[in-house]
Design a protein. Structure first.
Length: 119
């Protein structure tokens, strides 16, 4: 997943995130990884609400053109569905928050590693 994560991040960065006026590397990481965390939250919420993985994948295929970003989102969905579906609302909400945080940290770590020589 890390290789796919890096490909997705670098593709997003090459689409202009770093090209914004005076955007720092940390700003770019927060923007890109914030989007990753938001998607991770949505897909885990769907998972906890009983949405089938195939429905989540079909949604990705319908809304994203082929390429690294689509593959990246599919990898996040697969990762979410490897996690258990909880029966209590409290555990479900904890799963959503923890998964979103986990994906943000994985994104930020990979981004820092790939861009460490840009300073």
């Amino acid at each position: 997943m890390k290789r796919l994560l890096v490909a997705g991040i670098l593709l997003a960065a090459s689409c202009g995130v770093l090209a914004k006026d005076k955007m720092t590397k940390d700003d770019a990481i927060e923007e890109i990884c914030g989007g990753t965390a938001g998607y991770a939250e949505a897909v885990m919420r769907s998972r906890q609400n009983g949405v089938k993985l195939t429905d989540s994948i079909n949604n990705i295929n319908k809304n994203l053109k082929s390429g690294a970003i689509r593959d990246y989102y599919k990898a996040i969905a697969h990762e979410a569905y490897r996690e258990p579906k909880w029966s209590t609302r409290e555990n479900q909400e904890n799963a959503v928050v923890e998964f979103s945080n986990k994906m943000y940290l994985a994104c930020a770590t990979a981004f820092q590693e790939e861009l460490k020589n840009l300073d």
